[in-house]
Design a binder for this molecule. Sequence first.
Ligand SMILES: Cc1cc2nc3c(=O)[nH]c(=O)nc-3n(C[C@H](O)[C@H](O)[C@H](O)COP(=O)(O)OP(=O)(O)OC[C@H]3O[C@@H](n4cnc5c(N)ncnc54)[C@H](O)[C@@H]3O)c2cc1C
Length: 627
Amino acid sequence: MANFETVEVKTDLLIVGGGFSACGAAVEAAYWAKKNGLKVAIVDKAALDRSGAVAMGLSAINQYVGVKDGDNTLEDYVRYVRQDLMGISREDLVYNIARHVDSSVHLFEKWGLKIWKDEAGKYVHEGRWQLMINGESYKIIIAEAAKNALAEAGGEVYERIFITEPLVENNKVVGAVGFSTREDKFYVFKAKAVICTMGGAVHVFRPRSIGEGFGRSWYPPFNSGSSAYFTLKAGAEMTCQEVRFIPIRFKDGYGPVGAWFLLFKSRAISAGGGEYMTVRKDELQNWAPYGLAKPIPANLRNYLGMLDLDAGFGPLYMETSEAINKIADQYKEDPKAFKKKMKELESEAWEDFLDMTISQAILWASMNVKPEEKHSEIAACEPYFIGSHSGASGAWVSGPEDMDTPYKWGYANMTTVEGLFAAGDASGASSHKFSSGSHAEGRITGKAAIKYIVEKGADPAVDMAKVEELKAKILAPLDLFAAHCNETTEPEVNTNYIMPRQFMFRLQKIMDEYAGGVTAAFKTSKFNLERAMELFVFLKEDSDKLAARNLHELTRAWENVHRMWQGEAHVRTMLFREETRWPGYYFRADTPKMDEANWHCFANCKVDPATGEWEMMKRDVWNIPGV
Ligand SMILES: Cc1cc2nc3c(=O)[nH]c(=O)nc-3n(C[C@H](O)[C@H](O)[C@H](O)COP(=O)(O)OP(=O)(O)OC[C@H]3O[C@@H](n4cnc5c(N)ncnc54)[C@H](O)[C@@H]3O)c2cc1C
């Protein structure tokens, strides 16, 4: 076996992941841990300052309810999420996040984030729930607060450690193992409770950007399904694994469209069909009641554009020049004011990209795009798993203790595995939490996990023999490569092993072609999904033959195993749900209609850790009375 030093870390609470929800969890848990003489440790595969989906920065905070100014009520937010998710949401979780999110935003401002204000000193809204920010350093600010809180409470930060497996004994989590991405070190974290916050997943599906553009995607490449893998492997029940997210973004650079739609009130059109949201509005009747209420769910907006593409009316465009000129026209009587407004709008348009998707600005610049003069192409991206945004996949977690919810078996945000908590992308059916809501959910979870430890936390009984087995399994790709790499002239081609890159291509091909990726125009069917399951059998067999030359490839190898599990949960759940509920995200061509009578429910799944058997089940949807 590769010669890695084993490093043991003992803590009370372990937070795996270092993104927005992890930082929220760290801030809150550190406070309560200090009061109770407990220790908190956080582990990130990258460096907290620039890790996760907000690594590059963001241009808006997408969830702010504005309760103190009476802008909206918590119930308004619950209704909004219910509507966008076509009726399938955990309203107790959404409500709980909504009532805490404003305070997270106020903390961000206190910590130094610049939130735009108008002349009256009020936050500038991009849309009803969104606040404009100068967000290039958003993640650094939030990470700094988390690190400060941990330092003050005697906590620890571990960076560049890839968490690979959970440690579970008798349906109770006792820690996690992983390896350093920089040194030959294997880490064993022993903990009384673990919070899983390792984000969502990208590159499970083949991306649009292949060849020279490979690696570009809307979702950041750093998150590779580790949350889904960790919770599934621990035996936790999962929910909404079929609810992937497909954003419509500026094509090829994946630049954001929120500011265009919400702030500039831009229209989207197809080249041959015009404004598809208006021309095709009758289609929305087929998806009542959600299709007929406002705001129209994101997947249905996608779907109307996709219908135009099917009809040969594509490409799709964002009418940037029309939107900019319409706003500036209000100043046309005064040429100086007009010129000034045009400059201001132009710079806002570019800043939106520079804040969070610099590559789109580079692409526009290289193609001589002037948004004030000509429209730009938009397209549906490949599917992603991001339960905190507009997808919903994640673990099935316990509801808030003070609410009369039917989904309650203990502490807030605890999964069905004792002592294992989940937040952000890792917790399901509570989307539209975004950066701020993920932070708030992290705070809720951090506090609940410390309460659990105070009331029930037992010393973690870790079986070191099992850990040794895991160590051998995790490092096996290095051994396999070393044993056989000299048997061929081209080390990447070898009958004894498969390299991580080739393995990823195989996974992506299955998902793309059979599970409704870009190539399949986001359509699938029972027969295609069953074929995917047949191919997964071989893929899973071959995952034991993954090889790695170095630490970098060892990370890639395990990222792909994690992606594979996310992919399998997705395929199985789409197969289980015999209807089409989210056209625009995926369309099951053999069950093309929504079936409220049989499928107005959650589709959940879990894996038995002892046998590896999958179980699928339905769970009822509960609405908050009177909302
Ligand atoms: C392109 C894009 C644009 C967005 N735009 C906005 C916006 O404008 N406004 C807004 O409010 N929200 C926006 N969001 C949503 C927001 O970024 C997410 O809701 C939020 O980051 C989710 O928090 P999280 O903690 O679940 O995941 P993340 O913040 O992504 O953190 C995941 C963490 O897990 C770590 N990790 C992953 N795998 C492992 C492993 N195996 N071992 C150890 N650590 C691991 C990562 O390094 C990272 O630190 C956007 C998201 C995306 C992807």
